[in-house]
Design a binder for this molecule. Structure first.
Ligand SMILES: [Mg+2]
Length: 134
């Protein structure tokens, strides 16, 4: 599996990378601009991501804007909806406006920080990316 972790906090990033490396390879972006760039590159190289973890609060370009850009690129490139990259928003803010906004922009799931291994794995299972045997 191929992951992109877009996260501006070093400690969170490192933790997520550690947990996810059991399931595949992780690329890292430290802001929204890099996240969009990484996504575009993955398409150009015919090596798309299976899952993007996208932090909302990031410098230069936030996660909401990055998600909009990613969906725009998919639309422009005539990618079939069923092949759209799965996006899980990660954020510290649990307010409903934020959550509803993220779903409207096209994310599949929403994780409230602090992130732990259980949360990460449970969401991947919910999206059908992995199967849990317990
Ligand atoms: Mg952040």
């Amino acid at each position: 599996m191929r992951f992109l972790i877009a996260e501006d906090d070093f400690a969170t990033r490192r933790l997520m990378q550690k947990y996810l490396s059991d399931y595949g390879n992780c690329d890292i972006a430290v802001n929204g601009i890099e996240a969009v760039e990484a996504f575009r590159l993955s398409l150009d190289e015919f090596n798309p991501y299976d899952l993007i973890y996208l932090d909302i609060m990031m410098s230069r370009m936030d996660g909401s804007k990055a998600l909009q850009e990613i969906r725009k690129i998919e639309l422009e490139r005539n990618i079939e909806y069923s092949n759209y990259v799965k996006v899980i928003i990660t954020t510290a803010c649990e307010d409903s406006k934020n959550i509803i906004g993220s779903f409207r922009e096209g994310c599949e799931a929403y994780l409230v920080k602090p992130i732990d291994r259980k949360k990460l794995i449970r969401e991947m299972a919910k999206l059908g990316l992995i199967v849990l045997f317990n």
